[in-house]
Design a protein around this ligand. Structure first.
Ligand code: FEO
Ligand code: CA
Ligand code: CA
Length: 661
């Protein structure tokens, strides 16, 4: 498939990532009236400027968790300084970084992770080999630097696969089965040890590192929380309802203060054949046609119409917690955090130890959620504290956001909102639904309390020092002009091709607050277009479209990775820095651009080391095995020929950008 559909995106991405949901009827058929009706107000650029003008003077807020992603602090080093790049064309097969910086691959799809890993050879797909190699389509990324600054753990999701450019077409049933098993093995998650000789030198991965690990769509998981063990999660292969196999569709995520990774199971529906009329079927986009990936041909559990497997889709769509420090640990799925198309989860810890996770359901007109854990965070590195902290996300209250365009006098804001409980103190707050039903059919529960349908919440990240929460609403081309789909205060633009970023301030700056105020940080688009807005910044600014992954640097600036190119706004996808405070607030500056067809994932900002990391996802995805569009990252220098046997197709890759030495 080639061509662009459903807004800005490649039809290939749409098909593989989410089974082209945008082309299908809206799965949210709740009858919640629009905000335009509730608030009776649409935001104009003038109103935005007036409403957001005073938020620059953010007060420092009492959080327990300092800068999470900070690398080794070194005295006398300067923060990451750069001259912004210009927007890059969508037909450019190049990684573009600022003058004075260079990029190097750390890990590419197929790189051998273990001493016994076979050599990468995509011409002969092999599932066992792929289980021992770096997976495909890296998305969420973190680099956990260890004491001394010379070792780190790279932790990375592998969201989905682009079969047409990975492997040659098959001609026998045996070959086909092996390709399908290799695709199962290319999904999931990787933990890989890194080393560097000095804090200023680039990282290299350690083949055979003690904690290297591949988790695939076949790895055993444990289900935790109130829905685990209930009838809704039992299958013929798992009569306990507590053990499932594999994770897939892992999009974004977050790293907890206790050193685990949270990973969001997002577009799981495209992997199953399932009865759309079963409970939750239509609401989660299930169909009974052959699945996008065809895994049902090699594993009966992917066809939920097979006797005994009806609940198999109920075992996907969770927040997964992985302990990267213990390669023997069993990864877990936390039912207490609800079942949706989870983009990811990011944790904030208050000084009193209260733990809250913010989560988005990334589909048009779906909702924004918050989980408040029952247990409090315990500081310190003792084994007892660690055991305690590993149980934090198994029990708590689950809320969904209901926004209002009602402004408050005492606060610079464009509106307010409330967190509406779905599960509270172990009880269901939804009449007619048990706790397990709320946690397995969470969208249905959120419909019942008239949560606010959003323009596709991707990353939702609390700021590490101010506590404000940033919500990347990537786009919604079906946001209309009237009726239920009309623009509203927090989703202020019809035919929202370019997306926006909402800034939430919890009341009393308590992570567990029941109410909040909100503003718009960015309404993305062309700087010269009056329909766009950059937090009050009116100077020269980079065009930006489709905000997706978010990160912060050690100075508290927001970094926004985009997923929507090519578009009329920003051509190749990129990474942008956005100051949040002071006179530079809203000054969007582009740091890098990724190669043809690729999306910018990660990112990780270790500014005190002068380093930025991105996971370059689906480069060259509109190509085919015989006609590749990208050769990233192993470009052959001009004038040189590839070595015989070298593979010249694209490889999704984790890239490090550092200052030139
Ligand atoms: Fe996988 Fe929501 O992007
Ligand atoms: Ca994403
Ligand atoms: Ca996206």
């Amino acid at each position: 498939m080639t061509g662009r559909t459903h807004g800005n995106r490649s039809a290939v991405t749409c098909h593989l990532k989410c089974d082209s949901q945008c082309a299908r009827p809206d799965p949210n058929t709740s009858t919640e009236p629009s905000f335009a009706e509730i608030a009776g107000r649409q935001l104009t650029r003038r109103a935005l400027l007036a409403g957001a003008g005073g938020v620059a003077a953010a007060s420092a807020l009492p959080l327990a968790w300092p800068q999470a992603a900070a690398a080794t602090p070194r005295r006398g080093t300067k923060p990451l300084a750069f001259t912004p790049i210009e927007s890059v064309g969508d037909d450019v097969d190049a990684m573009v970084v600022p003058t004075g910086y260079e990029w190097t691959p750390i890990l590419r799809w197929g790189d051998p992770l273990f001493n016994r890993s076979p050599r990468f050879d995509p011409s002969r797909p092999n599932a066992r080999a792929q289980e021992l190699q770096f997976g495909y389509n890296n998305d969420y990324l973190d680099i956990l630097v260890e004491r001394g600054g010379r070792r780190a753990l790279l932790c990375c999701n592998h969201e989905y696969t682009n079969r047409a450019i990975m492997f040659p077409p098959t001609s026998t049933a045996e070959q086909e089965a092996e390709v399908l098993r290799a695709l199962i093995a290319a999904h999931g998650f990787s933990v890989v040890e890194l080393e560097r000789h000095a804090p200023t030198r680039p990282w290299r991965y350690i083949r055979g590192g003690r904690r290297n690990r591949r988790i695939t769509a076949d790895t055993p998981f444990r289900l935790t929380g109130p829905a685990a063990g209930t009838a809704l999660l039992k299958t013929v292969a798992d009569p306990t309802g507590r053990r499932s196999l594999g994770t897939f569709g892992n999009c974004s995520g977050g790293t907890t203060p206790w050193g685990t990774i949270l990973s969001g199971e997002e577009n799981f529906h495209g992997y199953f054949v399932a009865d759309p009329d079963a409970r939750g079927g239509k609401r989660y986009g299930m169909t009974n046609k052959p699945s996008v990936y065809g895994w049902e041909k090699v594993d009966a559990r992917f066809d939920a119409t097979n006797p005994g497997y009806a609940n198999e889709p109920n075992r996907m769509g969770y927040i997964v917690e992985i302990d990267p420090y213990d390669p023997d640990s069993t990864p877990r799925k936390h039912t207490a955090m609800g079942r949706l198309k989870h983009e990811g989860a990011n944790v904030r810890v208050d000084r009193d130890g209260t733990v809250v996770a913010y989560m988005g359901d990334d589909e048009r007109f779906e909702y924004l959620y918050k989980f408040v854990a029952k247990r409090k965070y315990r500081e310190g590195g003792s084994a007892a504290a660690r055991r305690h902290n590993l149980e934090i996300l198994t029990e708590g209250n689950l809320y969904v956001a209901r926004f209002s365009g009602q402004q408050r006098e005492d606060n610079d804001n464009l509106g307010t909102g409330e967190w509406v409980p779905l599960v509270f103190d172990g009880r269901s707050m939804i009449p007619g639904m048990s706790v397990a039903e709320v946690l397995v059919f969470t969208r249905e529960a959120a419909d019942a309390v008239k949560a606010t349908p959003m323009d596709r919440c991707e990353d939702v990240q609390p700021h590490p020092t101010t506590g404000r929460v940033y919500v990347a609403c990537t786009n919604n081309v079906q946001r209309g002009t009237a009726g239920k789909a009309a623009p509203d205060a927090p989703n202020p633009r019809g035919l929202n091709k370019d997306g926006h970023v909402i800034e939430i301030t919890e009341d009393r700056n308590r992570a567990d607050a029941a109410t909040f105020a909100w503003n718009l940080l960015l309404v993305c688009g062309k700087p010269e277009d009056a329909g766009t807005y950059f937090a009050g910044w009116d100077g020269p600014v980079a065009p930006i479209s489709c905000p997706d992954n978010l990160a912060f640097d050690s100075e508290g600036n927001l970094w926004v990775a985009t997923d929507g190119a090519p578009s009329a706004i920003s051509k190749a996808d990129g990474l942008f820095k956005v100051p949040l405070a002071g006179p530079e607030r809203g000054h969007v500056q582009q740091f890098l651009a990724v190669p043809i067809d690729a999306e910018t994932c990660g990112p990780v900002i270790h500014d005190r080391d002068g380093s930025v990391f991105v996971a370059v996802q689906h480069p060259g995805e509109d190509g085919s095995w015989a006609a590749q569009r990208s050769h990233f990252p192993d470009y052959v220098p001009v004038g040189m020929r590839p070595e015989p046997g070298d593979w010249r197709g694209p490889r999704p890759t984790v890239v490090q950008v550092t200052k030139q030495r």
